[in-house]
Design a protein around this ligand. Structure first.
Ligand code: SAM
Length: 412
């Protein structure tokens, strides 16, 4: 199927680098839509070009919606909640406005809502807007029902804030759902949220890795327009590294990838460390970096600090943690070539590939990890997500069963 024209349109309209989601992702997404609509290939390509609803459905199929509660660690969301509280203490009577873009299926803005609630901040003092390109993802966000897999990182907020729905999924209590406003929007469009007043906090996580350089520039221009003068922008550590320059400087622990507008400084290009901040010695990283266990994040490569298998693995993790992904990948490949590779080596390589958007390479690396160690939990978790992403529900279900057996202590 010749999709060159469609690929070009996708680059222009949403700034998406199709290569970043895997070589055949567009092909598969189009095939699924053709099947769903019962059209011929030619008819479909003409239809999608002029039908805005179909465009949104295709994008929903194409763009990775993967998200989960407290992605990046509970500590990260608690840090943001404390920042909001401090800001409110400084300026009585104000309301803190937060934008989560892209919000995907809602886990990110809801996690912040839960953290703000936990911090004891009254709902009347904050407003969260969740924006995403794909209508389908937002419908799921509004519904607010999630499978157990959405709670795979750190804290499990279910007992207090969710109830078990008839379909076996967990439904967020309405008191939280009502506090987040969802709407569609294209962050790379110059008209993005033009009528909105500034936001005090903008979360833009796990999007830049999928965008072309032009897409990132356009997205950043919108963020700059929408961020209050003393506001904070939050990316992920590995994405921050991709910003070749700009009007922001790092603020707070490097691992949180939080930025504020620079005062006089023109660039966020690295001086030392990922974000141009002096790097802390590894032993003094904030708890969030070492405890959050963000191995399951595709792009935030803060890796678990389990006992390293050997020094080269430890060094690779350190490089990846610092956002130095090219060096981490090179070292990992070198180690694999020169030592007897273990499942840990391949799993680590898979995570690095994911962080650079090389999904096919990542799949291959996790497959090798699972070949060497079928019960490797980290590789299993990533493989499940990858299978679901490419629509292979059967394989995902099989791997999920294997993971559950593992959790019950029966390593297979
Ligand atoms: C991996 S999710 C990230 C969700 C969340 N921020 C997180 O970190 O878990 C990526 C989302 O980006 C959305 N997206 C892609 N391009 C976009 C654009 N140009 N504007 C707004 N959302 C976009 C997709 O629909 C998808 O839901």
């Amino acid at each position: 199927m010749n999709l060159t024209a469609l690929e070009q349109q996708i680059r222009e309209r949403i700034g998406l680098d199709v290569a970043s989601i895997g070589a055949s992702a567009l092909d598969r997404a189009v095939q699924r839509r053709i099947l769903a609509l019962g059209l011929t290939e030619g008819d479909y390509l003409r239809f999608v070009e002029r039908d805005a609803t179909e465009w949104s459905s295709l994008v929903g199929e194409l763009v990775v919606p993967e998200s989960w509660f407290f992605r990046g660690g509970v500590d990260f969301f608690q840090y943001l909640a404390r920042w909001v509280r401090n800001r409110l203490n400084e300026s009585k009577g104000t309301v803190i406005r937060v934008l989560s873009v892209p919000c995907s299926t809602g886990e990110e803005p809801y996690s912040l809502a839960l953290a703000l609630d936990q911090e004891g901040i009254p709902a009347s003092r904050w407003q969260i807007d969740g924006v995403d390109l794909a209508r389908e993802h937002l419908l799921r966000a509004v519904e607010g029902r999630y499978s157990s897999f959405s709670f795979r990182e750190a804290l499990d907020p279910r007992p207090k804030s969710f109830h078990l729905a008839d379909d076996g999924r967990w439904e967020l209590h309405p008191q939280y759902r009502e506090r987040v406003r969802f709407r569609t929007g294209n962050l790379v469009d110059p008209g993005f949220l033009v009528a909105e007043p500034p936001y005090n906090l903008i979360l833009c996580r796990n999007l830049f890795i999928y965008l072309t350089s032009d897409g990132r520039t356009r997205a950043l221009a919108n963020i700059e327009r929408l961020l209050a003068p003393d506001g904070r922008l939050c990316l992920t550590a590995s994405e921050a590294d991709r910003l070749a320059g700009g009007p922001f400087v790092s603020d707070g622990p490097v691992s949180l990838a939080l930025f504020q507008r620079s005062r006089g400084e023109k660039t966020l290009a690295p001086r030392s460390g990922v974000l141009g901040l002096p790097r802390k010695p590894s032993g003094s990283q904030p708890r969030a970096a070492s405890r959050s266990g963000v191995t399951r994040s595709y792009t935030h490569v803060s890796l678990p600090h389990a006992a390293p298998v050997c020094d080269s693995i430890g060094e690779t993790r350190r490089l990846a943690d610092a956002g130095n992904l090219d060096a981490a990948r090179t070292l990992c490949l070198k180690t694999i070539a020169s030592e007897t590779p273990t499942a840990n080596h391949f799993s680590l390589l898979g995570i690095i590939h994911l962080a650079t958007g090389a999904t096919d390479d990542a799949t291959e690396a996790f497959r090798k990890a699972l070949y060497l160690e079928p019960g490797h939990a980290e590789a299993l978790t990533h493989m499940i997500v990858l299978c679901e992403q490419r629509g292979d529900g059967d394989q995902a279900a099989g791997l999920r069963r294997r993971l559950s057996r593992l959790k019950l202590g029966a390593v297979s």
